[in-house]
Design a protein around this ligand. Structure first.
Ligand code: F6R
Length: 619
């Protein structure tokens, strides 16, 4: 996701900010920029692409010499690496964003979920917008609220904002002050000698200081070279201890987690919040208008939806099928892209084909999308990567906002894809009037609540997962079972175990067990059953009993409050209760962690499993 670096001190801010941004490159970005304040002027440089482009731009502004710089004497500034979510990848949309004739500058991470409403109000009051970003409203609000105190203007601005974000602001009239604020997205302060740093992650300044202060949710922070004040949302001061961190840079990049995969599993809360928040900001319906095309007439005219994808993305398509069939009452097909591209599908203008691909570069998915387009279907790219090939080979883009995923095994991008297909299903149901408005509102409310439930689950699921891993990690084969939506979860859980733990797995619709796979069962076979709340739960329990009767031990993902499954299984791992359709989003998480724990116990490198590539650009 995006990166923020702010500096105020006694050394050239440009070098420190550029160095800090380089340390945040691992987070992924598509453009970058910085603003420096010196001699009553703020200068901004922005560039698309990597930081070498930004550096080249800085040099060219300084007359093309490698050593000269834009405003090298500036000792205060803010910088940003952007991972596009709202608005194209372009210099214009890169941060810092400015308002009030460049008197106020901000860098922003995350999403302002009520930006549409704010933008309309600000436009009416005469503000001129220079970008397509949601974040620009923050710059204009600060400018509107500003009289002579940046911190006050930020406090007033925060009051108007909904969403998940962190930002840092700088004002021309206050050349020695930076003000930061956070809601959900992280922000951390570094304390040096007569210099202060503010960043979205520690690696940005660990080379300069390891004395840090964490900014907590809802707080603002006022930075000067020699002082740091932390305040609550009303402006009252808050005490914060200075901690000394002993992390090396690698540990810091992983946010203190032992691997990127574990970090990314824990980032699912933010990935979901960012994917869902502004599109459901009304609280009762889904708005996909940020995603090009989704014209109401086109969506209303859809006669059939087809999901295509590979691996994990295909599993998200299976859940899309379940949701669209149930809620929007449309015909839905799902296929793996490597098969679909060689089929001869019958397609026409009533067909909506959704190519799901976190990278947006998977060769088979791109070929399948092209085929669908050639045959007259409308094609949506559901991807995590704005500007990827899939976004260019499609009629519309539905973006997940999970940020960069470094671990080869897809985790946070999968749950974000699932949230996106659910939103598409709800939007179709709304337009087709296949569900009452109250039911849609109820489902939207639950979807909005998912990030919190995921956080709650992540906080407490560890011991149950470890209990299961403790007894099963050496088994040579695992069978995963489930029914209906649980089949997609079983397939995804089995894929995770295969790819990172190199354990042979099979995943089946559990009603099929008696038609073959039951022969595989013995006392040595762990069976992982997705047994969360659903209309077919009693059938799954029957299947679990059948497994038990063959001596195999069962790990079941259950729903909190259910008493029907636990008596039949060796380890039950409950997830919070929701509408049955949303259970897969939660049920997947313990299975990611189970695969992770088995792989670690086997001493494997989970971030880079053998033979696998993160982006599969060949057939
Ligand atoms: C599994 C995994 C792969 C990808 C697949 C598609 O953990 O990562 O199965 O899901 O290669 O990749 P994208 O989504 O980039 O098209």
């Amino acid at each position: 996701m995006c990166g923020i670096v702010g500096y105020v001190g006694n050394r050239p801010a440009q070098d420190i900010i550029l160095g800090g941004l380089r340390k945040l490159e691992y987070r992924g970005y598509d453009s970058a920029g910085m603003s420096l304040l010196e001699d009553g002027e703020i200068q901004t440089v922005r560039a698309v692409g990597n930081l070498d482009h930004l550096e080249a731009e800085l040099e060219s502004r300084a007359g093309g010499t490698a050593t000269a710089t834009l405003v090298r004497p500036a000792t205060i500034g803010i910088g940003h690496t952007r991972w596009a979510t709202h608005g194209r990848v372009s210099v214009q949309n890169a941060h810092p964003l400015a308002a009030d004739e460049s008197r106020i500058h901000v860098v922003v991470n995350g999403i302002v979920s009520n930006y549409m409403e704010l933008r309309t109000q600000l436009l009416q009051s005469g503000c001129v917008f220079a970008t397509e970003t949601d974040a620009e409203v923050i710059a204009h609000l600060i400018a509107t609220n500003y009289s002579d105190d940046l911190a006050d203007a930020v406090i007033q601005t925060l009051d108007r904002l909904d969403g998940y974000f962190a930002f840092v602001a700088m004002a021309l009239e206050e050349p020695h002050v930076l003000v930061g604020a956070r809601r959900e997205c992280p922000l951390v302060v570094g304390r040096g000698e007569e210099e202060s740093f503010l960043a979205s992650a520690l690696p940005a300044f660990l080379a300069h200081t390891n004395r840090i202060q964490y900014i907590e949710n809802g707080e603002i922070v006022v930075l000067r070279a020699g002082s740091v004040e932390i305040r609550d949302a009303a402006g009252a001061p808050r005490e914060r201890e200075i901690e000394t961190i002993e992390w090396d840079e690698e540990t810091a990049e992983k946010g203190g987690y032992e691997t990127f995969m574990l970090k990314e599993i824990h980032e699912q809360t933010d990935a979901l919040a960012e994917t869902i928040a502004d599109r459901t900001a009304s609280g009762h319906s889904v708005d996909l208008s940020d995603s090009e095309v989704f014209d109401e007439d086109i969506l209303r005219g859809v006669e059939r939806v087809t999901f295509i994808g590979c691996g994990t993305a295909y599993h998200a398509g299976l859940l899309g099928r379940a949701a669209i069939e149930a809620w929007a009452r449309l015909h839905v097909e799902v296929d793996v892209a490597s098969e679909y591209r060689y089929r001869s599908p019958i397609l026409g203008p009533g067909d909506l084909v959704v190519g799901i691909s976190q990278s947006g570069e998977t060769a088979d998915t791109l070929a399948a999308m092209r085929l669908a387009r050639e045959r007259g279907a409308r094609v949506i790219a559901l991807t995590n990567t704005m500007g990827s090939q899939a976004t260019r080979d499609s009629d519309a883009v539905l973006l997940t906002r999970a940020g960069l995923e470094v671990g080869v095994a897809a985790t946070k991008t999968f749950t974000a894809q699932v949230a996106a297909v659910f939103m598409l299903a709800l939007r179709l149901a709304e337009l087709r009037e296949t569900l009452p408005a109250e039911r849609i509102a109820e489902l939207v409310a639950q979807l909005r609540h998912m990030p919190e439930l995921v956080e709650e689950l992540l906080e407490r699921v560890g011991p149950a997962v470890e209990e299961a891993a403790e007894w099963c990690w050496q088994a040579p084969f695992f069978l995963y079972i489930g029914r209906q939506e649980g089949v997609a979860v079983a397939l995804e859980g089995a894929l995770k175990l295969k790819e990172i733990a190199y354990v042979s797995t099979d995943a089946y619709a559990s009603g099929e067990m008696k038609h073959g796979p039951i022969a595989l069962l013995d006392e040595q076979t762990p069976v992982v059953a997705v047994a969360t709340a659903s209309p077919v739960l009693s059938r799954v329990v029957d299947n679990i009993e059948t497994v038990q009767a063959r001596g195999a031990k069962v790990i079941a993902i259950t729903t909190e409050g259910d008493a029907t499954v636990a008596p039949h299984v060796a380890t039950a791992i409950p997830v919070p209760a929701t509408d049955p359709m949303f259970q897969p989003l939660l049920a997947t998480i313990p299975l990611q962690l189970l695969a992770y724990s088995v792989a670690r116990r086997r001493g494997l490198n989970v971030d880079q499993p053998r033979n696998l590539a993160k982006t599969v650009t060949v057939e």
